[in-house]
Design a protein around this ligand. Structure first.
Ligand SMILES: Cc1cc2nc3c(=O)[nH]c(=O)nc-3n(C[C@H](O)[C@H](O)[C@H](O)COP(=O)(O)O)c2cc1C
Length: 172
């Protein structure tokens, strides 16, 4: 798929078929997630890939009601920040680096015909704590977001996102 078309056509997918995602495709998706820019090239993220149905249900519960799509997903990827790897001068960049990883991940999935929805975790403290407990994470590893993945069982229409009044040239 052409790169710009991939960005413009992507929509959140919350309903999935039963088709599993191959290891090969998961690898491509994770490679894309790790291929974005990160502050001082800290690459301060890690991932937990979950395909086990029971664990997906527990993740959905841990991440609150808007995380329901996970219950029927082929896979869920928990994107984690790693504070030990974060830029010491401004560690909060881990949040931005994690978001870039998420966006690359969902764009790679879309390019492979795999639907996804981003399920926000950080900075909602209860979700962060629930997921830390569920996966018994060390202190330096912080849940950032969950990406639910699966072959689309819905086809949301493309929407035009460009808004003239958001753009300023040369001055505010
Ligand atoms: C940080 C973040 C958190 C989100 N959390 C959720 C969520 O918990 N549940 C959900 O169904 N969608 C979630 N979304 C998806 C947005 O609702 C969706 O991207 C937005 O409505 C625009 O629709 P589109 O992705 O189809 O363009 C989240 C998106 C982002 C970027």
């Amino acid at each position: 798929m052409e790169a710009l078309e991939n960005i413009l056509n992507r929509r959140s997918i919350r309903r999935y078929t039963d088709q599993p995602i191959t290891d090969e495709d998961l690898h491509k998706i994770l490679e894309a997630a790790m291929s974005g820019p990160s502050c001082v090239n800290a690459r301060d993220y890690s991932f937990i890939v979950v395909r086990d149905e029971e664990t997906l249900l527990k993740m959905a519960e841990a991440n609150g009601r808007p995380a329901q799509p996970l219950k029927k997903a082929a896979a869920g990827i928990l994107v984690l920040g790693d504070l030990d790897r974060a830029f010491k001068g401004a560690p909060d960049y881990w949040i931005i680096d994690g978001a870039i990883a998420c966006e690359n991940l969902i764009l790679a999935a879309n390019a492979l015909g795999i639907g996804s929805v981003w399920l926000g975790t950080y900075p909602q403290e209860n979700r962060v704590e629930n997921l830390k407990k569920l996966f018994d994470l060390p202190d330096n590893i912080i849940p950032h977001s969950i990406i639910a993945l699966g072959y689309p069982d819905e086809q949301p229409t493309r929407k035009g996102f460009y808004e003239e009044d958001r753009v300023h040239f040369e001055k505010w």
